[in-house]
Each structure stands twice: as C-alpha cells, then as structure tokens.
Design a protein around this ligand. Sequence first.
Ligand SMILES: *Cc1c(COP(=O)(O)O)cnc(C)c1O
Length: 393
Amino acid sequence: MSKKWKTRTNLVHGGSRRSQYNEVSEAIFLTQGFVYETAEQAEERFANAGPDEFIYARYGNPTVAMFENRMAVLEGAEDAFATASGMAAVSGALMSFLNAGDHVVAARALFGSCIYVLEDVLTRYGVDVTFVDGTDLNQWESATRKGANAVFFETIANPTLEVTDIPSVSKIAHRAGARVFVDNVFATPVFSNAIRQGADVVIYSATKHIDGQGRALGGVILGKEDFIRKTVEPYMKHTGGAMSPFTAWIMLKGLETIDLRVRAQAAGAYALADAVYGHEKLHRSIYPGHFRHPQYDLAMNTIGSGGTVVSIDVKGEKEGAFRFLNALNIVLISNNLGDAKSIATHPATTTHQRLSDRQKSILGITPGLVRLSIGLEDPDDLIEDVVQALEVA
Ligand SMILES: *Cc1c(COP(=O)(O)O)cnc(C)c1O
C-alpha cells in the first residue's frame, strides 16, 4: 500500500495482506479467534497488540483490517474502524465520544435512524441536542456560540438532497471547540473531500455504494488514529458492533469497482435529472449536480458532483407518487441506495414514516416526494422508464 498511488490503484491494492500462500484475491479469514504459541504471547498480545496481531474478531480480523486500511487510504484518513452497519458506525462514533452534559448541534435534515439516535438515544444519556437548518450558516453559528462538543450532519441530506457546506461549518464548529462528524453516504467516498475540508470524523454506511450490489450491511468510521484507536475502538470492541470478515471481503471487492460504478451512476443521475427537469407532472426535481439547483455551485466546489440520487416531487400528492411508483418497470420499489439496480423510495410512508407531519413539512418530505437512486442500467432506459411512469401519474 502506498500513499503515492492514485485512487483507482489504491482501490484495487490498498491495504492488501497476503497469507503464506500469496493468494491474488483477498483471503476471507472466517475465524473468530487466533492461536497463541505460548501463554506469554497471549498475555503480551492482550497488553499490546500490533497492527498485524489479532485477538478476537470483535476486536479485529485480518480481512476486516484490509477493508479498514483500504478505506483509510481512499478517504485520506489516518485510520478506520469497520462496523456491522452504517447505524453501528453513526451511533458508535457519537456514543464513544460524547458524555452526559455535552452539547451536539446537528442538521435537522437527516436519515430517519440518525434522527432517532440524536433525538431519542443521546438525550436519554444527558446529551443536549440542538437541531438547525443545515444549509443556514447563521444557525450553525448561533447554535454553537454557547459551546458545543460535536456537530453532526449529512453532506447531502437524505432525501431532500440539501448540501451542507463542510468547509464553512467545520470552521464554525472548530471555533466553538466542537468535533465535526459527517455522515458522508450521499457524497460517497469517491467524491468525498470531507477530511481535507475540515471534517474530523467521516462515517459511511458501506451498505450503500461501497458494497454497491445490495448484498450486505456494513459501516465504517474514519478519523485521526488517536480518535479511532483510543475512543472508537474500545467502545466498539466491547459493545459488539464489529463487521463480519465475510462482509469485509464483500466490501473489499466492492471497493475495487466503486470508482467506476459511482461515476457512471452520477452521470446517469445527471442525465435523468436533466431529462425530467420542468416536467409537467412534477412540482420540482432535485439534483444538486444540476446547474439549475440553487446549491449547484456549493455542490461543485465542495463535493464535485451531485451524487447518485435524484429526488422528484410528483404532483397529485401520495396518490400521484404511488401511481408513479407502481408504473415503473425497471426501477425497483425498495429502500436501499447506491445499488447497481435503480431503486425508488417514497420517504413519507417508509424511511421517514416515523416523523410527524410537521417535521416532514419542515424537512420538505412532501407526500409526492420520491427518491430515485440511480443504478448502473443504461441511462436511456431509465429515462424512458421514469418518463412513462410520470405519464401514468
Ligand atoms: C443508510 C444510511 C445510514 C444507515 O446505514 P445502514 O447500513 O443501513 O445501517 C446512515 N446514514 C445515511 C445517510 C444512510 O443513507
């Protein structure tokens, strides 16, 4: 592994460890434990395990370590810890760091489970949480003015695709003494500049673009070595949210092709957003990578892409959105994203069902909103499918 390689080389070779057999493809070390040659060696390893010495798969495993190392190289982070799911990464990063009495400022436009962790879990342990409009720097400024320990936001928010300005929010947060935690799923590790722009901790659900083929749940927390090893690792290894070695192998294989896949998916998302822009059956279409989106300049300057998801607000309320969904032939009705297969989701009745009507309307989760995750199909076929379903709606 070398830092001087370019991204696509690192995605294929970064973090590789070979056994005595010199296998080409990364080995799956499907073992929970490791044999010590002597009792003294066991004692020494528990006291002070090196990066290539393993104890128990909840603490670490060679296949999982390969995935962590490859992710760290890709993200430009010092270190990484792999987790059982994206939510294990979000909750683990926050719970391992925060204490009762701490203050967190978070963007209000978030994935439903992230809202639950912040609003229902952290507050039960005495953490004070303030929600702000993530696109309004003045709100970040005033909410952090009285001091904050952490800020948390999604770079591109699910499902309304609001872009948060990482460099500016990081500056505001650091002035207040807060660590910057970024849920970077929608920006994807391919386009991310989060660490260079000031984020302290970057979190991915690997379930999304990293697997990219809908097979396994996983997550990863990236940051400074000190934070990963002294704060995250003890919490994760003792609370049990470790990634399985088999999952790590799937994710390693996903990383080999992620750059090719995500760039093709983002190109498809742009083509679809452009094709449906101003369509008579839509109140609006949202894609931050399209030049007509109000945050286009910010998206281009900070992320360099609009990502792989397009949201559309179908006329005719829930009934219109359901007619559209039920008329799709290629795009599947499901709730993953970043997958090779294009997927349509109705957030108001699924991923964000739990929210009150008032919260939904504040977040712009209207009854007609449909989130389209663009896959690897030919964009012409996808456009034709979406347009014919819009005629039915
Ligand atoms: C999916 C998702 C998560 C949770 O990831 P899981 O792997 O499903 O646990 C967290 N944040 C965002 C933005 C997501 O899209």
